[in-house]
Design a protein around this ligand. Sequence first.
Ligand SMILES: C[S@@+](CC[C@H](N)C(=O)[O-])C[C@H]1O[C@@H](n2cnc3c(N)ncnc32)[C@H](O)[C@@H]1O
Length: 234
Amino acid sequence: MNYVYRKFRSLIYLSINTILLVFAFPFNKKTTINIKNNLKRDEIINFILNKKFTNQGHYLEIGCDLDQTFSKIINKNKIGIDPVRGGNLKLNSKDFFEDYNSQKFDMIFIDGSHLIEDVFYDTVQSISTLNLGGYVLLDDVLPNNYFNTFRKRITLHSFQDAYKILFLLRELKFIKLYLIPSDHGMALFKLIDEPDFEQLKYDFSKISFDNYLELLEDIRFDYINDINELSNIN
Ligand SMILES: C[S@@+](CC[C@H](N)C(=O)[O-])C[C@H]1O[C@@H](n2cnc3c(N)ncnc32)[C@H](O)[C@@H]1O
């Protein structure tokens, strides 16, 4: 997708956003979740790679774009995949996992396609290639309004329906899950036990934004709000 097309698309989204803001605003649904900006995605990844793996672990980023994050990762071993631009391998995640990769990782950042079937695929493959004790960070899984969750992008920062992955993640017994309401709204999990692939099934088709609003009320979620809380995770 070339630069001119992306700029043109941004202008279209901006126009749609303005129309939405004026006419559809009363019909939008919002979460009460307060997304702050005190913990950035690159800071989280660098912190974990440094504190848990002394920068010797293996890092994978799925979806790199302009290397906004990838270029900031200070780690000896890093692989960034993107079929369009950025990273160091021009591959989509399917081609990477099925035809290219044979190694295990300690930290994986999932930030490619935000459609739930792709996020699910990337999550399952990440779990399969994660070392025990490794971490996965998912971006854009805490949308704060309904218009940002349409599968067809209509807003400037669309999360599409990536958030649906939370419904599966909270059921998995072999991970420790945290929500991080900062930056774009993230989820972090650690592989604390050998994965049970039988648990990696979910019918996402019936999930709605209203279900997500209810899900956020679930007191079982643990949150990471700042760097101190991040340093306290095991
Ligand atoms: C939101 S951007 C990534 C931003 C970047 N990680 C950052 O931290 O700012 C999403 C990127 O994912 C890429 N992408 C889309 N589908 C993908 C897939 N199946 N596998 C890998 N990358 C994908 C797109 O080309 C796009 O560059």
